[in-house]
Design a protein around this ligand. Structure first.
Ligand code: CTP
Length: 400
């Protein structure tokens, strides 16, 4: 991927994985990017600034001042210069400081001044990774818009085996390059995205729902927005903020409401991604008053089938419109996903297997296999939902 003319700040904090950052730096430089390395004082214990400045062809910045000349390094200028700020490795300490506004070195002051996209590739021991404080800080960073490039599981420097190994430089490069290489390529296009669960009312205070958090659909809306598209986000009940960008959010509760909003907006869109976990069945009647417990030892709910929103859009689809769905499967995954794609007249389907750890509901990560009606199959590794979304948008709407 070409990164000619792109400005990247590579932030290196003090961890063993710092040696891998040399390779990452080379990949950025080879792709044509200008790279400024900012290293924490601890980082220099793991990798020498001489190596980094030779490869980046720029002096490495570490301190606020150059000791012999008194020259002050402006983190504000650096923040404005950067199209992307990539912290790799991001130690537990640096992550904690980024999440909590502590700016006690150049890497951190530069981070707080950065207007471009920020990526962090954590590297630490497995217990540090799993610690509640680390996970809390990561959640804060994600909410702040930082893209976390998840570490891998494997043998760690401590000799322990588990999650915490920094992602390989090639993958980090791909994620950053995909984000930088495709800005605003979907300008003038409009897409519909359904997200979240639906709630089907039983009575005024109870409903049938599911555990969908809406994160995958919201990440897709964000990725489309970042690529310059206009997005109509039809959302079931979730507790997520609307992503930034040209995104019009329509809140709905039930499958029928979701269908009505989709039928209204799909005709004016270039495509739709059906990511919502729509309840397949709804109570045949919704009681007008709260169902009282004392009166009934046993109750039977009669359920009726909900409309299939993706199939309805599949039937409405006009030439030039692209329709994408998801398939959540527990067995015969491929066969079922291909069957769904055909039945619903979809152009693409993203297969989630519940057998994969870290995929599906209530996680920040996902693992998908993307199938196209044309016969293509792309299997992605476990990634953050933001990364999955960006790669899906790239594959489906940009590179095709
Ligand atoms: N979907 C939809 N409307 C429904 C049910 C599903 O739009 N009433 C969409 C989902 O958003 C997803 C796709 O259809 O894109 C597949 O959803 P999934 O739950 O995997 O499959 P179902 O069609 O519900 O089939 P089953 O539950 O039998 O696997």
């Amino acid at each position: 991927m070409e990164l000619k003319g792109k400005h990247i700040v590579l932030g290196i904090s003090g961890g063993i994985a710092a040696y891998k950052s040399v390779h990452l730096l080379r990949l950025f430089v080879k792709a044509g990017a200008e790279v400024q390395v900012v290293i924490t004082p601890n980082g220099k214990e793991f990798i020498t600034p001489v190596t980094l400045s030779s490869l980046s062809r720029r002096p490495v910045i570490s301190e606020f001042f150059t000791a012999n000349t008194g020259e002050w390094h402006s983190h504000v200028d650096l923040g404005l210069w950067a199209d992307a700020f990539v912290v790799a490795p991001a130690t537990a300490s640096t992550i904690g400081k980024m999440a909590n506004g502590i700016a006690d070195n150049m890497l951190l002051t530069s981070y707080f001044s950065t207007r471009g996209k920020v990526f962090a590739a954590p590297a630490m021991d497995l217990d540090m990774w799993l610690h509640r404080a680390t996970q809390r800080n990561l959640a804060t960073l994600r909410a702040d818009g930082v893209e976390i490039i998840e570490p891998e599981a494997g043998e760690l420097a401590s000799g322990l085996v588990g999650k915490g190994r920094m992602e390989e430089p090639e993958r980090i490069f791909e994620v950053v390059a995909a984000a930088l290489a495709s800005p605003r390529q979907l300008k003038g296009r409009r897409y519909l995205v359904t997200a979240g669960p639906t709630y089907e009312n039983i009575d005024p205070v109870r409903f049938i729902g599911n555990y969908s958090s809406g994160k995958m659909g919201y990440a897709l809306a964000r990725a489309l927005g970042e690529a310059g598209a206009e997005v109509v986000l039809v959302s079931g009940p979730v507790s997520l903020p609307t992503p930034e960008g040209d995104i019009r959010r329509i809140d709905v509760t039930s499958a029928r409401e979701m269908l009505a909003a989709c039928e209204m907006h799909f005709p004016e869109c270039d495509g739709a991604i059906c990511c919502a976990a729509v309840a397949d069945y709804a109570p045949a009647v919704c009681a007008e008053k709260k169902v009282k417990r004392e009166k009934l030892d046993r109750i039977t709910l009669e359920l009726v089938k909900n409309p299939d929103i993706s199939a309805t859009l599949g039937a409405m689809k006009k030439p030039g419109q692209t329709l994408v769905g998801f398939a959540l499967e527990t067995d015969s995954e491929m066969e079922n996903a291909l069957g769904k794609m055909k039945r619903k007249n979809l152009d693409w389907i993203a297969l989630n297997s519940l057998r994969d750890k870290g995929a599906g509901f209530r996680t920040d990560t996902n693992k998908i296999t993307l199938l196209s009606a044309g016969g293509g199959t792309t299997e992605y590794p476990l990634m953050s939902k933001e990364e999955v979304a960006r790669l899906m948008i790239e594959e489906i709407f940009i590179s095709k």
